[in-house]
Design a protein around this ligand. Structure first.
Ligand code: PBG
Ligand code: ZN
Length: 278
């Protein structure tokens, strides 16, 4: 992904400082461990890549909101978002681990945890674990409506998290279905989600719009790696005016009803908007 880089924990504060100065209020952290295994054990390690990074970031740039991705796919050697037994995701084991990951992030100082595994009852499991450990004030941003999408391709390449067998259709949603999305969002709200998310964004503006109309919680939309890559690739060839295209895309996502937009263009576009103001 042009313009996107992996950072080590010691290099992060400098980048975070720049991001914060550009006017972006929050970042979403994904970890890439040096060791992957069957059990995804790097994910909840107190000294894991994300946990160490959160500590560094909260020390260096306290006003930047730190949101952490809570999932297993970057930590398992098979690349699935849960623990796999006999070819299927083992739900109870997976929920226990997701809760453990979220707790380790909160303990390191994460401002918000964001479970993305799309496992049934992950919000309930995480809320319970956080509350029991004294983190009742740590909000959950739930990837409530997450579709099985081709637009995740560039991210999987970057995070080395492509499933080694099968696909994610047993836990991610069917792109043709909108009622299921609304049902999933309602379930997550019932389990204690504080912010709900629709992902991807551009091909799912109708889902964002309906969710906005139906629910009162803050609504996030995640403009994913493939959405970024399409614009970058076309702009590189001189086929699109990148800045105008990005602003139009983000405006459309906001118009559809998103209160928060997660985008790989954040730093670039925020800097450029700031320059324009000055
Ligand atoms: C899975 C996860 C995905 C992304 C981040 N975490 C989806 C997937 O690989 O199924 C994709 C994000 C992007 O494309 O920007 N927990
Ligand atoms: Zn995952």
């Amino acid at each position: 992904m042009p313009g996107q880089y992996r950072f080590s924990p010691d290099a992060l504060p400098g980048e975070a400082e720049e991001i914060s100065k550009s006017g972006v209020p929050a970042i979403l952290l994904f970890g890439l461990p040096d060791h992957k295994d069957e059990a995804g054990s790097g994910s909840y390690d107190e000294h894991g890549i994300v946990q160490e990074s959160v500590r560094e970031l909260k020390r260096a740039v306290p006003k930047l909101t730190i949101i952490t991705d809570v999932c297993l796919c970057a930590y398992t050697n098979h690349g699935h978002c849960g623990i796999v037994r006999d070819g299927y995701v083992a739900t109870d084991e997976t929920l226990e681990l997701l809760a453990r990951i979220a707790l380790s992030h909160a303990a390191a100082g994460a401002d918000i945890v964001a479970p993305s595994a799309m496992m049934d009852h992950q919000v309930r499991a995480i809320r319970g674990a956080l509350d029991a450990a004294g983190f009742a004030g740590t909000p959950i941003m739930s990837y409530a409506a997450k579709y099985a999408s081709a637009f995740y391709g560039p991210f999987r390449e970057a995070a080395d998290s492509t499933p080694q067998f099968g696909d994610r259709k047993s836990y991610q949603m069917d792109p043709s279905n909108i009622r299921e999305a609304l049902r999933e969002i309602a379930l997550d709200i019932g389990e204690g989600a504080d912010i709900v998310m629709v992902k991807p964004a551009l091909a799912y503006l109708d889902v964002i719009a309906q969710a906005r109309r139906r629910f009162d919680l803050p609504l996030a939309a995640y403009s994913v790696s493939g959405e970024y890559a399409m614009v970058k690739a076309a702009a590189e060839r001189g086929w699109l005016d990148e800045r105008r295209a990005v602003l139009e895309m983000l405006t459309a996502i906001a118009r559809a009803g998103a209160d928060l937009i997660i985008t790989y263009f954040a730093k670039e576009i925020a800097s450029s908007l700031k320059e324009e103001e000055e």
